[in-house]
Design a protein around this ligand. Structure first.
Ligand code: ATP
Length: 258
């Protein structure tokens, strides 16, 4: 595939924490319209790579291009404006906001508006706010959380928080969502629902890069899977191939992939 047709492309990414090389010379590509998996044993560097791809951490070396554009110098909110967002766990501070307030924050990161814009165009801002609320309610009803809009996010179950995290990311109307362990701590029935939502959004044109330890989720959702081990690329390929790859099985030291 020609370089310009990758939605997201990283090469030579490295990050060291003190004496620990967490990510070393890593390469990764996400094709437009796909669901791409990122797997690897604990400590393989997946979360660090996510933080590097979304500019929450600065790389020691390497390049990241999104839609053909170098993005290293952009702030995370500017990345969101370009169409690249990542999910965040509903942290303690956000637990004390309502579900709706969490959603509106997700929309805010896309706008990055200046004080003078608010002052000069109050009606336009009010209209935008109404649009944000409408979008928030539409997404909340998609994921079955509309009735909980006024509840504190902290009162949601683990699975409902995951749904809120995903819906909040979609408030920015992204092209690519980096999803951090969407199935972690979620009961099996809700995992199935979460997978259905991801597939539906993907059919609507949103691409995903997903870190996940639940191999059923990775194998059923992903078009391509990248494997990291000890901070480096191990292999990448279609899920069925990855599932049987001996290097991958060895890296997991006997943990079952199937
Ligand atoms: N801020 C940090 N400071 C120091 N070391 C860190 C930091 N963040 C991560 N590490 C270390 O870097 C290595 C890679 O961690 P990372 O969280 O990226 O792995 P991971 O593949 O996401 O693991 P897991 O599946 O357990 O979440 C680990 O050894 C971790 O302890």
């Amino acid at each position: 595939m020609a370089a310009e047709s990758w939605l997201l492309e990283a090469e030579g990414l490295s990050k060291r924490f003190g004496g620990l090389q967490a990510v070393q010379d890593v390469r990764l590509q996400v094709a437009e319209g796909t669901i791409t998996g990122l797997i690897g044993p604990n400590g393989a560097g997946k979360s660090t790579l996510f933080a590097l791809l979304s500019n929450f951490l600065k790389a020691d070396a390497g390049k990241v291009r999104f839609r053909g554009r170098a993005i290293e110098k952009l702030q995370p909110y500017q990345l969101a404006q370009l169409g690249l967002v990542r999910t965040f766990q509903v942290a303690r501070s956000l637990s004390r906001l309502t579900v709706l307030e969490n959603m509106l924050l997700g929309g805010q990161q896309q706008r990055g508006e200046k004080f003078w814009q608010v002052w000069l165009h109050p009606q336009a801002i009010r209209r935008q706010e109404q649009e944000l609320r409408d979008r928030a309610f539409s997404l909340l009803s998609d994921v079955g959380l509309a009735a909980k809009a006024q509840d504190y996010a902290g009162s949601l179950s683990g699975g409902q928080r995951k749904l809120l995290e995903m819906a909040r990311a979609l408030m920015a109307q992204p092209q690519l969502v980096l999803l951090d362990e969407p199935a972690a701590g979620v009961n099996p029935a809700l995992i199935e629902k979460i997978c259905d939502h991801i597939q539906t959004w993907n059919q609507q044109g949103i691409s995903f890069l997903i870190i996940e330890h639940n191999m059923d989720v990775i194998m059923s959702l992903c078009d391509r899977v990248w494997v990291l081990a000890e901070g480096k690329n191990l292999v990448d390929g279609p899920p069925a191939q990855i599932q049987q790859d001996e290097q991958v099985l060895a890296a997991y030291l006997g943990l079952e992939l199937a």
